[in-house]
Design a protein around this ligand. Structure first.
Ligand SMILES: Nc1ncnc2c1ncn2[C@@H]1O[C@H](COP(=O)(O)OP(=O)(O)O)[C@@H](O)[C@H]1O
Ligand SMILES: [Mg+2]
Length: 254
């Protein structure tokens, strides 16, 4: 598999009126095409910052980020960013919401619009195209938000704690949904989470971070059965083992 994304010795500080806040220190990792990778670490350690760097929204002080063999210098439409809250506009219908990125990028391609509509059909939102976000369940909204992120057909998806606003039960189901859409559409994903179980259930590889200023604590390759859904993988014998290792590692460190 080809490497799609590379962080090379990335360091980042925020410059605030009270001085410099070091966030990331010498962070390096790779993501291969088709991989599902999680970034895990304590609150405030710099997880969102890593996604913002990959998305080209901020620049590192040192090191570089390479996506599809080119250094990231500005946002690239081949990288889709899905935020924690679904951020669907309440005054727009689901259809109008998922078309928004195409409107913004002035993409008038009718075939692209048709493909986006077919994603809504395919992933259970066929009868909700003309509905408003508040008429949908939390899980459906999250699916719509993912389809909106997919509308510009990115290769790489960045997901920032996409399930954290949902209650536990819903969260397990939505995680399965989102995971299967990402796999079906052959996308590469980087998921930020502070939930160890979620990381193990979804990922091929887990990047564990230290507390701030964050560096890499460990890069863990999971050994659960990847043909299973995230929910089913929680029952895998290797799941508990990996959980224990990561739990101990993160606790010892933080
Ligand atoms: N725009 C900013 N200005 C100043 N400090 C920031 C800014 N964004 C994040 N930080 C600080 O950088 C650190 C890492 O933030 P963040 O990447 O959001 O962490 P996480 O997503 O892991 O919770 C935190 O201490 C946060 O307060
Ligand atoms: Mg964050």
């Amino acid at each position: 598999m080809k490497t799609i994304l590379k962080l090379e010795s990335v360091s980042l500080s925020y410059h605030t009126k009270d001085g410099e806040v070091p966030a990331l220190k010498n962070v390096s990792f790779e993501v291969k095409s088709g991989e599902f990778v999680s970034v895990i670490g304590p609150s405030g350690c710099g997880k969102t910052s890593i996604l913002s760097l990959i998305a080209g929204l901020i620049k590192p002080d040192e090191g570089r980020i390479v996506f599809n063999e080119k250094e990231v210098k500005k946002p690239d439409k081949a990288i889709g960013y899905m935020l924690q809250r679904d951020e669907l506009f309440p005054w727009r219908t689901i259809e109008q919401n998922v078309f928004l990125p195409l409107e913004i990028s002035k993409n008038k391609d009718a075939s692209r619009k048709k493909e986006v509509l077919s994603l809504l059909d395919k992933y259970g939102l066929k009868d909700f195209k003309r509905s408003y976000p508040q008429q949908l369940s939390g899980g459906m909204r999250q699916r719509a938000a993912l389809i909106r992120t997919l509308s510009t057909s990115p290769d790489l998806l960045l997901l920032d704690e996409p399930f954290s606003a949902l209650d536990y039960q819903t969260r397990l189901a939505v995680c399965d949904d989102v995971y299967s859409i990402i796999k079906n559409e052959n996308k590469t994903a980087v998921l930020v989470t502070h939930d160890i179980s979620e990381a193990i259930a979804t990922s091929d590889k887990i990047i564990a971070l230290t507390k701030r200023p964050s560096s890499i604590l460990d890069i863990h390759v999971t050994e659960t059965d990847k043909t299973l859904s995230p929910l089913k993988r929680r029952e895998d014998a290797n799941f508990g083992k990996t959980f224990e290792i990561l739990w101990r590692e993160l606790n010892d460190e933080n």
